[in-house]
Ligand binder design. Structure first.
Ligand code: CU
Length: 67
């Protein structure tokens, strides 16, 4: 399953690293693509192990709440 979330606070490659690492740590997350140009994060994940709510929580926990 794939989800794309708008994360307005992503403004540079440092932010991209922060959000990518935070989401990649979640069990069940397969791939993470974040962009400081589109300010979006695209996550591929196993819906049996993780869901969009958990991904949003991980983003908020590092200071990058999804819109
Ligand atoms: Cu930044």
């Amino acid at each position: 399953m794939q989800a794309t979330l708008k994360v307005p606070r992503i403004h540079c490659s440092g932010c991209v690293n922060t959000v990518t690492n935070a989401v990649r740590k979640l069990p069940g997350v397969q791939t993470v693509e974040a962009s400081d140009v589109s300010k979006q994060i695209t996550v591929e994940f196993d819906p049996a192990k993780v869901d969009e709510t958990k991904i949003r929580s991980a983003l908020a926990a590092v200071g990058y709440p999804a819109a």
